[in-house]
Each structure stands twice: as C-alpha cells, then as structure tokens.
Design a protein around this ligand. Sequence first.
Ligand SMILES: C[S@@+](CC[C@H](N)C(=O)[O-])C[C@H]1O[C@@H](n2cnc3c(N)ncnc32)[C@H](O)[C@@H]1O
Length: 176
Amino acid sequence: MMAVAAEARHSRLERMLARLAVQKACLEFACSELSASRGVILELGLGKGRTYDHLRKLFPAREIYVFDQTLHAPRDCVPDSRHLRLGDLRETLADPILVALDVILVHADIGSEDLASDARLTLELAPLIDKLVSGGALVLSDREMKVARWQALPLPGAADDWRYFMYRVGESPASR
Ligand SMILES: C[S@@+](CC[C@H](N)C(=O)[O-])C[C@H]1O[C@@H](n2cnc3c(N)ncnc32)[C@H](O)[C@@H]1O
C-alpha cells in the first residue's frame, strides 16, 4: 500500500525523468569502473535505442551486442547485423556462440508495465546472463535479479529516485 501511495505522488513525466537519470548515472558508473578492463557489452532491450546510443558514446571502442524481441529503434540506433540479435531473450541469450565472448558489461533494460510478467522473465534471464559473464563483470538492470555470486552495488549518488539494480559478478566456484 505504501509503495502505491508513494508512486501516485509522481506523474509519469517525473517517473520517466527519474528513470532516465538513474540509467545515465549507472551507465556512466559502469564506464568509469570498466575503463581498464577488456571485453564486450550486451545491451538487452534495444527499444528506442536511447541507452544503446549512450553506451556507444561512453564505450566507443567496444563491441556492443544488442538484443530485442522486435526492431523498433530509429534507423540511426540500429547496430549492424552482426551485433543485432532479434528474438525472445530466453532463446537468443542461450546461443552457445555467446559463451565465447568476453562479456564485461550487461545492461538489461527489459521492464514493462507488467511487473509480475517482468519478474517471471528475469527469473529465466538471470541464469542465462550468468553463463555469459565472468568475475569482475557488471550487470545493470531495471529489474531485480538474484544470482548467488552477484554482489549488489549501491547506486551512484544522484540515482536514488528510481529503482535500478547494479551487480558485480564474483568468481564462479569452479574457477576459485
Ligand atoms: C524498456 S524497453 C527498452 C528501452 C531501451 N533500452 C531504450 O533506452 O530505448 C524494453 C525492451 O525490452 C524488449 N523485451 C522485453 N521482453 C523481451 C524478451 N523476452 N525478449 C526480447 N526483448 C524483450 C522490448 O521489446 C522492449 O523494446
């Protein structure tokens, strides 16, 4: 009840602004954290291409693989065909070819207005993402994900008006 009441105090415009601010702050945190690391980026949820466009600005030298169910981004935000994976993430993320990539950052922006459906989706996606990342990688998400070896990180200072999630991936038990 409290959450509904708190949400109702903010208009959709205010919520959109808060969401965009937290996304920008988290992506920029990831950029500073990972500047000395090698590896590729996975953007899950191309949508209108806003966060993909910011990622490619922040990480101009990195390969960014981009996923969505369907393509509805402006033309200037569509990656080349080698870096675009269309289809349900539960299938496209399970592609064994992805395991060979050295993934250093996953940004999962897959939320909808249906929180129950999103929760079911993230339950399936988290273990698929976990198979693709190694120790030290970051996972940023607009929906909470629970994986034993992922450590939740505090959000960057200004980003406390919108729920967003950042995790640092720990070493897998097998590699210790
Ligand atoms: C919030 S939007 C992404 C917004 C985008 N990052 C941006 O900045 O413009 C969520 C996207 O996730 C995609 N999506 C949701 N569930 C999916 C699934 N199961 N498989 C593939 N894409 C999915 C939707 O098609 C939608 O484009």
